[in-house]
Design a protein around this ligand. Structure first.
Ligand code: FMN
Length: 151
């Protein structure tokens, strides 16, 4: 699977007064009508409990300038509180979740259902809002164990 080049996103959720976020390559499109996506989350990930069915969350599809954010939000042991303090973001209107300024596009979703698959849980979400970010270019790809930017 390391030979499968994957786009890098950040999934985020507002949980109480806390922003939880993590880097993910597992975000994929499931259906256009109705618009539906899924991502896979490790059962030990800190945001797992916050994305139960009915919860709303955001996915930032990262542009080429967001490599540092992607690295940080994949770093185990980073503080849970304030993990977005150094990452420019705004709050999504529909989900209240963080949308990174470094996104080239974003989605706000509501979890429809979750199914456990080995160490991970598959989270299927209905897309409630989505947009491209005008002027934001490039992407981050994960390939052969490394993240690289493409223009
Ligand atoms: C390129 C890349 C892609 C990742 N994709 C996923 C993913 O799809 N699902 C997942 O659970 N963890 C994924 N991870 C690992 C999480 O980002 C990492 O474990 C993160 O620290 C989890 O958040 P937490 O420490 O708050 O639990 C990925 C890491 C990297 C570097």
């Amino acid at each position: 699977m390391s030979r499968l080049a994957s786009g890098v996103s950040v999934v985020a959720v507002r949980h109480g007064n806390q922003d939880l976020a993590m880097t993910a390559t597992s975000l994929v499109s499931v259906s256009l009508d109705p618009p539906t996506v899924l991502f896979c989350v490790h059962s030990d990930a800190r945001l797992r409990e916050a994305v139960e069915p009915g919860a709303r969350w955001a996915a930032s599809i990262l542009g080429g300038d967001a490599l540092a954010a992607a690295d940080w939000l994949a770093t185990p042991g980073r503080p849970a509180f304030g993990q977005l303090a150094t990452i420019a973001h705004r709050r999504g209107e529909v989900s209240g979740a963080a949308i990174l300024d470094g996104a080239s596009a974003w989605l706000e979703c509501e979890t429809e259902w979750i199914r456990t698959a080995a160490s991970h849980d598959v989270v299927v979400g209905r897309v409630l809002a989505a947009a491209r970010v005008p002027g934001a270019g490039g992407a981050i790809l994960h390939f052969h164990g490394r993240m690289t930017t493409i223009p």
